[in-house]
Structure formats: structure tokens, C-alpha cells
Design a protein around this ligand. Structure first.
Ligand code: LLP
Length: 418
């Protein structure tokens, strides 16, 4: 599928459903996702790696709705999780635990216990004390803790500094010397099964060269670790594949797979990958209604009913998201404005000095590429209930998460006894 969102009869559609029709029913702000897009992107990547045994583990943090997880599970995907909460989500979606890998620097004892009892494929271990805790919990349960160790290859993924993870100064993984020591320690622990090695160098990476550089380093280390008598099964190269938000020209799945093919094809390990944004980013949009248009002497503001609590990426990373009108019958007339939300923060904006089709109060706008790190990073700041989520398939659509209401937001709050 080229694009999940296309203009037909002068207005935006998701697959075959009019966006206007959906929001007339569900209101705004609304996240709308194309089910077929998730599947197509997963398959694109899956097929590109058909030359090697592999398991693609969709990164749940990107878009964790259980309907999205089920969609990808049905397509054959595995899952990369980072919390007990995400584990419960994928279980609810009917995912096979043997296709689940658990990353993150701060796994708690309860989360480790749940994961061992569930029978996940492996933990990605990020520190010495974490390995020891997994060993302890596994022993107490009379089970084995399967682990991969996350190595920090110290390469620059050439992306935004907040989403760079594989450099020496980052909190993730272990440098190779400490990792080797930990592999050795793990080998001696009777309740631990060492099964793999992992890396994740960053996110929104558009070139293949940072992966090639990192994998080349890892191959030398994998060889060393194997000669220590450790029998690895999995090489997990993490996520990070970039997408088009504006004018990026990211490597395609096929280009990426071919670039690393000579390095991994004959390694004798199952290749694992943890893509998130690649699968979900352009599967979704955020639809919002213009509340007011406000002009001061130097600027025009389009004030919409979605805000930074719904999609924080522009505020947090100064990320670019394309913005346009749902109605495309505009004869090319444009206006320049800041597109902002109702929240009481200067940082509450979707775009600054952006040229968009002329809009009027009450009109609908689309914020594109909002399928990844949109709803999952949403908050209730300013006591704003989170948006509704809708999944489209062909000419059908369905609400997959009801819009929150204020009663739900204040439900757990109480007055102190005194
Ligand atoms: N695996 C691990 C261990 C990760 O930490 C991440 C993302 C992924 C996989 C998936 O990365 P992806 O394929 O989506 O690039 N909130 C930021 C992105 C943070 C990424 C965190 N880790 C954003 O909105 O750009």
C-alpha cells in the first residue's frame, strides 16, 4: 500500500473510508489508523529478510493498542516489550509468549516474575544487577531465565540526540568489556539460559551505514563470545528504521536487508529486529478541529482541539509532522500560521510558521505520521481526556479505544482523611 491516507473526491480518506465520516461519528481529536498499512509494512520487512532465519518483534511502545498488536500478531509478528503492562497487553491480544522479548533498563522484580511465568523468549539484560535479579527470581520459581545481553556498540546513528541510544554515554546496554564479563557470569548461573546478544542504536535512522558499522563491531564480539563457549541463538539488532515525515529518504526494507546481508547471512544465528516507527508511523493520523483563528499584528494562530498532550513529538523533539486539511477543495490557496493547541504552554504547538491550505473555524485538519509515539505518549495534562482511536479496514471502521472522559480521569482521586 503506497499510502494509507489518500485524497478521493477532494477529501482525505483512510483506505476507503472518508475521514470526515469517521469524525462525524466519533468526534475530535481522533487517531485514525489503517489496519492494512500495519500489515503491509510488517510483511515488507519480513519478506526482505527471507534469506535468513528471523523474527521481527514489533516494538509495542510505538502504538500499543491491543487491536494493533492483534493485527500484527495475526500477520506473524513477534513483540518487543518494555514493561509488565506491555506484556499484559500482548497477552490480551493473544500473542504467543515465545515471540516476546523484554527490554528496558529498569525491570522490576514483579515484572521479571510475570515474564518468567509467562514464558517469554528472552529478557534483554541491560546491567549486572538486573541479570542477578533475573537469576534469583528464576531460581525461586524453579525455572530458567532466558537472556540476551544488550551491548552498546558506540556508533552514531545520526539522528535526534533524544532518540540516540547506542553511543557510549547512553544509559542503555553495556560496553563490550563489561558485556563479555557478564556473558561469563551468566554462563555460570544455573537458573540462567544465555540465548542471545542485542543492540539498539537509536530511532528514526534513515541510512544503512550506522547499522552496518554497528553490526561489523558486533560480529567480532559475537565471535569472541562464542569462543568463550557460549552458544548464542539470537542476534537482535534492535529497531530504529526511519520513515518519511517530511522529505527524508529512508532506506527501504529491501535496501536495509541487502546492506546487512553479507554480514548476517551465514552467521548461523536467528536474526531478530524490533521495528516500531517503520511499521506504525505512517499507519496513522491525528484528526483535529479548528476552534479559533487568532491574529496578532505579526502572526496568525490556528488553534485546534488537539494538543501536546495528544501528540507531544513537535514539543519534545521539535519533530516535523505534515499538516493539511481534510477537505482538499481549496484551489491551492494557502495561509501561513502557527498550528497550536489549547494547553497553557508556549511549547504546545504542532507547527510554527507553517504554510497550510486556508482553513476556517470548525474545519478539520490532519496531522500526519501520528501512528507511532502518538497515543502511547499522550497524557492528561490540563485534565484533557485522551483521544479516541479508530481502526480502518477497507470500507469498514471501528473504535478500538473509546475517548476518555473526565470521570475516568479523577476516579482514583480522594480527599485525605483529615
Ligand atoms: N527497541 C528498543 C530497545 C527501543 O528502545 C526502541 C525505541 C525500539 C526498539 C523501537 O524503535 P523504532 O523502530 O520505533 O525507532 N518517542 C521517540 C522515539 C523513542 C524510541 C524509544 N525506543 C519519538 O517519538 O521519536
Amino acid at each position: 500500500m503506497e499510502s494509507a491516507f489518500q485524497v478521493k473526491n477532494n477529501e482525505y480518506h483512510c483506505e476507503n473510508v472518508s475521514v470526515k465520516e469517521i469524525v462525524q461519528k466519533v468526534g475530535t481529536p481522533a487517531f485514525i489508523y489503517s489496519q492494512n498499512y500495519f500489515v503491509d509494512r510488517f510483511k515488507e520487512l519480513d519478506e526482505a529478510f527471507s534469506y535468513v532465519p528471523h523474527l521481527i518483534c514489533y516494538s509495542v511502545k510505538t502504538n500499543s493498542n491491543i487491536a494493533v498488536c492483534k493485527t500484527l500478531s495475526d500477520a506473524g509478528s513477534g513483540f518487543d516489550i518494555v514493561s509488565g503492562g506491555e506484556l499484559q497487553r500482548v497477552l490480551k491480544a493473544g500473542v504467543d509468549p515465545q515471540k516476546v522479548v523484554f527490554a528496558g533498563v529498569g525491570k522490576t522484580e514483579d515484572e521479571i516474575e510475570l515474564a518468567i511465568n509467562t514464558g517469554i523468549l528472552f529478557f534483554t539484560v541491560e546491567s549486572e544487577p538486573e541479570l542477578r535479579l533475573i537469576a534469583q527470581v528464576a531460581e525461586r520459581l524453579g525455572k530458567k531465565g532466558p537472556v540476551a545481553i544488550r551491548v552498546n556498540p558506540d556508533v552514531d546513528p545520526q539522528t535526534h540526540k533524544y532518540i540516540t541510544t547506542g553511543k557510549a554515554e547512553s544509559k542503555f546496554g553495556l560496553d563490550i568489556d563489561r558485556a563479555k564479563q557478564l556473558f561469563n557470569e551468566a554462563k555460570g548461573l544455573s537458573s540462567i539460559d544465555v540465548v542471545g546478544i542485542q543492540m539498539h542504536i537509536g530511532s528514526q535512522i534513515t541510512k544503512t551505514s550506522p547499522y552496518v558499522d554497528a553490526i561489523k563491531k558486533m560480529l567480532v564480539w559475537i565471535e569472541d563470545i562464542r569462543t568463550q563457549g557460549i552458544d548464542l541463538k539470537y542476534f537482535d539488532i534492535g529497531g530504529g528504521l526511519g520513515i518519511v515525515y517530511e522529505e527524508e529518504q529512508p532506506a527501504t526494507a529491501a535496501e536495509f536487508a541487502e546492506a546487512i546481508r553479507p554480514l548476517i547471512e551465514d552467521l548461523g544465528l536467528t536474526l531478530m529486529m524490533e521495528p516500531g516507527r517503520f511499521i506504525a508511523g505512517n499507519a496513522g493520523v491525528l484528526v483535529s478541529k479548528v476552534i479559533y483563528i487568532k491574529e496578532n499584528p505579526t502572526k496568525k494562530f490556528v488553534i485546534v482541539d488537539a494538543a501536546m498532550n495528544d501528540l507531544i513529538r513537535p514539543s519534545l523533539y521539535e519533530a516535523y509532522h505534515e499538516i493539511t486539511t481534510v477537505d482538499q477543495n481549496k484551489n491551492g490557496s494557502e495561509m501561513v500560521a502557527d498550528i497550536v493547541g489549547p494547553i497553557c504552554e508556549t511549547g504546545d504547538f504542532f507547527a510554527k510558521a507553517r504554510s497550510i491550505p486556508v482553513v476556517e473555524e470548525g474545519e478539520l485538519i490532519l496531522v500526519k505520521s501520528a501512528g507511532a509515539y502518538g497515543f502511547t505518549m499522550a497524557s492528561n495534562y490540563n485534565t484533557r481526556p485522551r483521544a479516541v482511536e479508530v481502526l480502518v479496514n477497507g470500507d469498514k471502521y471501528s473504535v478500538i479505544k473509546e475517548r476518555e472522559n473526565v470521570d475516568q480521569l479523577i476516579a482514583g482521586e480522594k480527599f485525605p482523611e483529615w
